[in-house]
Ligand binder design. Structure first.
Ligand code: NAD
Length: 382
């Protein structure tokens, strides 16, 4: 298949581009490099040193003979996007290219506006581009489990059957997002659903859980292919952040009581889920929703797991319950469905001690790169 990976320089997009290329697909990447610019803005960095995108794809071609075309540009620029769609004529458009940090979107008005303009306009442009240039193309869009919030009922995959005043219907599952970033994803989902309905295009919304891990088989082939690893209070996600904290002698910073429960998955499953979605496209006019995660944990569970493995590796670590910078429930019911991807063949890589140990050992190699003042949360919701 001809596949565009938008956001292919990022944490999820880069390993996905390599994985799809390895599987024999004709892959091209669109990325405007904004994630690297945000590192400069925040005086932060990836824990792992990452090569430029040009160096990355050149090394991939040198090692495997497989070519990945790179387009350096912004989805918000419609003429640029249309030109690429005309050139590439993709069968699938994998859309990772958004501002993905909840804290970043909560810094101030400018960052909230940037997040929503970038994400909502970019996705609208992709929808119009598919309609006008490549109407057969299957949109595979990264949403987030965070769109649903934490309702006191089980979370279904996209839709719920409701009986009301003697009548019955299947309706979109209610959305209760917890940040301006998560809201941008909900706005995207609504726009995509509407476009499928009125134009008959086909789309899969992957409501992804929090991704942990670092490398895939492909990124491990050479240090130039290494994936980025975020650990700061703005972009670092729970498990990866705890592992890094444990190696530099920091307390594992659990926000509030730590009962916040979320869905998680290994980066190795992210890349496979995209392949599954691409190989099993939605029907024309269908807005299909999968919950893309494999296990659920509370933040306190994760901190304990990391603490245990770190201890075995010689790092004594304390768990610190910080005042929660976010506004969220700290103890709640959580049960999300995740059968659709498994039914299509996903075989989960579960969170074992070995998986934590692997990331931890990689982190140790680069721990001199940690900028300690970036570890603690600096953005408050209120
Ligand atoms: P990332 O920030 O590492 O990667 C996003 C990439 O998109 C970056 O390389 C950035 O430069 C690029 N980009 C952003 N806006 C762009 C634009 N307008 N035009 C072109 N390129 C643009 O993020 P990630 O962790 O890889 O996440 C990828 C997607 O998966 C996001 O949509 C995110 O919301 C979703 N997601 C991620 C996680 C996670 O745990 N990482 C969890 C759930 C959902």
């Amino acid at each position: 298949m001809r596949i565009i990976v938008a956001g292919g320089d990022g944490f999820c997009g880069w390993p996905t581009a390599l994985y799809l290329s390895e599987k024999g697909h004709d892959v091209s990447i669109i990325d405007n490099g904004v994630r690297r610019k945000i590192d400069n803005e925040l005086h932060s960095n990836s824990l792992t040193p990452i090569a430029s995108l040009e160096e990355r794809v050149a090394k991939w071609e040198e090692l495997t003979g497989k070519h990945i075309t790179v387009y350096d540009g912004d989805l918000v620029h419609y003429d640029f996007l249309k030109e690429i769609l005309r050139k590439e004529k993709p069968d699938a458009f994998v859309h990772f290219a958004e501002q993905r940090s909840a804290p970043y979107s909560m810094i101030d008005r400018e960052h909230a506006v940037y997040t929503q303009e970038n994400n909502v306009t970019g996705t609208l442009n992709v929808l119009f581009g598919i309609k006008e240039v490549v109407p057969d193309c299957h949109l595979i869009k990264l949403g987030t489990l965070g769109e649903y919030g934490t309702p006191n009922i089980p979370i279904e995959e996209g839709y719920i059957e409701i009986k009301h005043k003697g009548r019955k219907d299947t309706l979109p599952f209610p959305k209760q997002p917890g940040s301006f970033y998560h809201l941008s994803k909900v706005h995207d989902s609504h726009n995509i659903m509407f476009a499928c309905k009125i134009w008959g295009i086909r789309a899969t919304d992957l409501n992804q859980g929090i991704v942990y891990g670092l490398e895939t088989e492909e990124t491990q082939l050479d240090p130039v292919l290494t994936n980025r690893l975020d650990y700061d209070g703005v972009f670092g996600t729970a498990l990866n952040r705890f592992i890094i904290q444990s190696t530099v002698g920091y307390d594992l910073t659990v926000y509030g009581k730590g009962g916040q429960t979320r869905g998680f998955l290994n980066i190795k499953d992210t890349v496979r889920c995209i392949e599954i979605a691409a190989e099993n496209p939605a029907d024309f006019g269908e807005f299909r929703v999968f919950n893309q995660f494999t296990e659920q944990f509370s933040v306190a569970d994760l901190a304990e797991k990391v603490q245990n493995v770190a201890k075995e590796e010689g790092f004594e670590t304390k768990i610190a319950n910080l005042e929660n910078p976010r506004v969220e429930l700290e103890e709640h019911f959580y049960q999300a469905e995740n059968t659709k991807l498994k039914d299509l063949g996903l075989e989960p890589h579960l969170l074992t001690e070995d998986v934590i140990r692997d990331v931890l050992r990689t982190v140790i190699k680069h721990k001199d790169r940690v900028i300690e003042k970036n570890i603690l949360p600096s953005v408050k919701w209120k």
